[in-house]
Design a protein around this ligand. Structure first.
Ligand SMILES: *[C@@H]1O[C@H](CO)[C@@H](O)[C@H](O)[C@H]1NC(C)=O
Ligand SMILES: *[C@@H]1O[C@H](CO)[C@@H](O)[C@H](O)[C@H]1NC(C)=O
Length: 434
């Protein structure tokens, strides 16, 4: 697991906008050839995002300033990037991630824009920054800035791995030229509802005639297909959709950089990983959005009350109906009338197997055998169901009722009565026939 540090240094600009430097510890990934075939080599790297505008008020005391190394080192990989002309949405969530102990993953590699050669100058890099457990996810394209010092001073230090000139303080100075992001890279929604999978992009140099391409691809357990393919071309907008009720707005795509996918009437089969790919100018970059279907169970008893008419045990059935995903936990509790405060867990319940419905949801039942000797009238049974789609467990209760005072208090007496009636009838008929 990658260890992440985020330091930030706040400074106030003249206009009163707070800006901060965010420092991410990343890994630089490169393909290594060799006899054993292609594999990846990871080296530690640092990305310093300079002067990010912050919308929320931050107290400077909570933030540690980033200090570049004292002596420049040719082996260090420090990318110092300004995002002055490209807005990175919700950049402040990166600062909060540190406080919330959220894991941040950052991976960096070489990037070759369309129409450029692998070793061309300026060089490009792509950084994917993802916050675990919500927040924001983005993929940045960094472009190195020609170092004036390097021109005049041939003694300028070269980064050992990349063979690129370093700044006086040992960093690779670059600019963010393109970003694809999602403000909600993880979405949970119930069946039947509509949802929007958020994706957008920002570009530094927007060409005069902007032809943007958007592709949304769905992947789930080794399967995959293109859900939406949209291209703005000279001839107009071309759209191909492979899911009923999926759409993106081509106007917003061009004018606002909004590439969000609207999905109507969610189904279990929509669950999966969605890849939003933006094609604009020389760049093609992606961002992932995870969609999880969450349908809470409907919980109910098949009995509406329990009454013990005799000494025989009874079976209670607690149903959990039409939920998704599969995992559900059922617990039973009982509270005797004598113990008004304490509630005890009741063991010995059994479970049915899962049943899957045609819409992909599941149902399950739990059974509990209850005995009149152990559970006098007034005993309250609780069936508690926990499921990922429920914020708090769902509970249903059932109370043991006092048997209604009928003419016969037990089955045995009932049989006796039938027998006596039968004998009397036979005797009567016998008398009558004489
Ligand atoms: C796209 O968004 C614009 C601006 O919100 C709106 O006016 C337009 O009706 C939308 N187009 C479609 C096809 O929904
Ligand atoms: C992007 O467009 C979708 C509709 O396609 C809309 O629901 C969403 O609010 C828009 N997002 C932003 C940030 O404007």
């Amino acid at each position: 697991m990658l260890e992440i540090f985020i330091f930030a240094f706040l400074h106030a600009l003249a206009h009163g906008v707070q800006v901060a430097d965010v420092v991410l510890s990343c890994s630089f990934v490169e393909e290594g050839g060799g006899m054993t075939g292609a594999h990846f080599i990871r080296s530690p790297a640092t990305v310093v995002l300079r002067d990010l505008p912050m919308n929320t008020d931050l107290s400077p005391e909570t933030i540690t300033p980033y200090i570049p190394p004292d002596t420049p080192n040719a082996d260090d990989l420090i990318f110092e990037a300004t995002a002055s002309s490209v807005e990175i949405p919700e950049a402040e969530s990166l600062l909060h991630a540190d406080c919330n102990e959220q894991e941040v993953t950052c991976e960096l590699s070489r990037y070759i824009p369309r129409g450029t050669k692998p070793d061309s100058v300026p060089a490009h890099f792509i950084a994917s920054v993802q916050l675990e457990g919500g927040g924001v996810g983005f993929t940045l394209v960094l472009q190195t800035i020609a170092n004036e010092n390097a021109e005049s001073n041939t003694a300028s230090l070269m980064q050992s791995k990349l063979q690129l000139p370093l700044s006086q303080w040992g960093t690779l100075i670059s600019d963010v030229v393109f970003v694809v992001f999602s403000r909600s890279p993880s979405v949970a929604a119930p069946i039947g509802e509509d949802t929007v999978l958020d994706c957008g992009y920002r570009q530094r140099d927007t060409p005069a005639e902007q032809y943007v391409g958007l592709e949304w691809r769905w992947q789930y357990r080794g399967q995959g297909r293109t859900i939406l393919d949209m291209r703005e071309t000279e001839a107009g907008t071309f759209v191909e959709v492979d899911r009923d009720g999926a759409s993106a707005n081509s106007t917003l795509l061009v004018t606002d950089g909004n590439a969000s996918l609207t999905m109507k009437k969610l189904k279990v089969s929509d669950e999966g990983t969605y890849i939003c790919t933006i094609n604009s100018g020389p760049f093609q970059t992606q961002q992932i959005v995870q969609l999880n279907i969450m349908q809470p169970p409907r919980v109910f008893f098949s009995e509406n009350k329990i009454t013990f008419q005799d000494d025989s045990p009874q079976r209670l059935t607690c149903h959990c109906e039409r939920y998704y995903p599969l995992d559900v936990q059922v617990e039973w509790f009982s509270q005797l009338p004598s113990e008004t405060k304490s509630i005890s867990r009741t063991e010995g319940a059994s479970l049915s197997s899962h049943r899957q419905h045609s819409d992909g949801t599941f149902s399950l039942s739990s059974f509990l055998i209850v005995r009149p000797s152990e559970h006098p009238p007034g005993t309250v049974f609780t069936c508690r169901v926990s499921h990922v789609a429920l914020q708090t467990p769902s509970e249903v209760i059932l109370t043991v009722h006092t048997p209604e005072p009928g003419p016969f208090t037990s089955l045995l007496e009932y049989y006796w009565m039938i027998l006596v009636t039968l004998i009397l009838s036979i005797l009567f008929l016998y008398q009558a026939s004489r």
